[in-house]
Design a protein around this ligand. Structure first.
Ligand code: CA
Length: 244
């Protein structure tokens, strides 16, 4: 799958291109709206469009892209661009991601958008070095009373839905990829937040606290002091894993 990334900030484009490459995506990266529109002639499978571009308003790029093709467009927006997101969606963008975001979150959006657009599904069983990505056909995973469904991004506890924010879901899904194994803080920040996340990671603790609260038992997430966190089934409930 070939992505066109229109983003002038190399600090974002660099890690993104590298991260997406690890998951088997080919990324054409351009830094201006004009270059993006020129490159779009080559019919990419999907466009990742930063709204804050040096030469053109990203919304105008969005409008021009949509005028000439049905290519799925995911906008990349900064905080404070809520109004732009709404306009962008009205102009025909398919989705948006607010910075900062992780590669995993982006891939989930890419999958959702391409599925909606009826594009050929991204096939991770192809020549892709992505051992940590579950195939899109794998359904819910269950640990004791907890079920995490990556496909529908739904979480159930004892059969009842648990309402999580997108970030909380990504965090839980990340911990749930290898339950019992400690995920380091940096690893979590890299995948759930932004690759090469710099700065204080207090937000991680806040999200862990929110998850514990929503799961109704702090025992679901164990702190490995000074290292990170791991998912554990509280009490004596037997963990099981199932696909389906
Ligand atoms: Ca920018």
């Amino acid at each position: 799958m070939r992505l066109l990334l229109i983003e002038d900030d190399d600090r974002i484009a660099g890690p993104l291109t590298e991260g997406l490459g690890r998951y088997g995506f080919t990324v054409d990266h351009v830094r201006t709206g004009a270059a993006g529109l020129a490159d779009a002639e080559a019919a990419p499978d999907l466009v990742l469009l930063d709204l804050g571009l040096p030469d053109m308003d990203g919304l105008d790029v969005c409008r021009s892209l949509r005028a000439r093709s049905a290519v799925p467009i995911i906008m990349i927006t900064a905080r404070g661009e809520e109004a732009d997101r709404v306009v962008g969606l009205e102009l025909g963008a398919d989705d948006y991601l607010a910075k900062p975001f992780g590669v995993r979150e982006l891939i989930a959006r890419i999958r959702a958008v391409t599925r909606r657009a009826g594009a050929p599904a991204y096939d991770p069983t192809g020549p892709v070095e992505a051992p940590e990505m579950p195939p899109p056909t794998s359904g819910a995973q269950t640990w004791g009373p907890l079920t995490v469904n990556r496909r529908t991004r739904e979480v159930h506890l004892d059969g009842r839905p648990v309402a999580l924010t997108p970030r909380e879901f990504d965090l839980l899904a990340h911990l749930a990829e290898d339950p019992g194994t400690v995920c380091s803080r940096q690893q979590i920040m890299d995948t759930v937040w932004d690759p090469h996340f710099f700065g204080p990671t207090k937000t991680l603790d806040a999200h862990i606290a929110a998850l514990r609260r929503k799961l109704g038992d702090p025992g679901w997430i164990t702190t490995a002091r000074g290292v990170g966190f791991r998912l554990t089934v509280p009490g004596d409930r037997t963990a099981s894993e199932a696909a389906g």
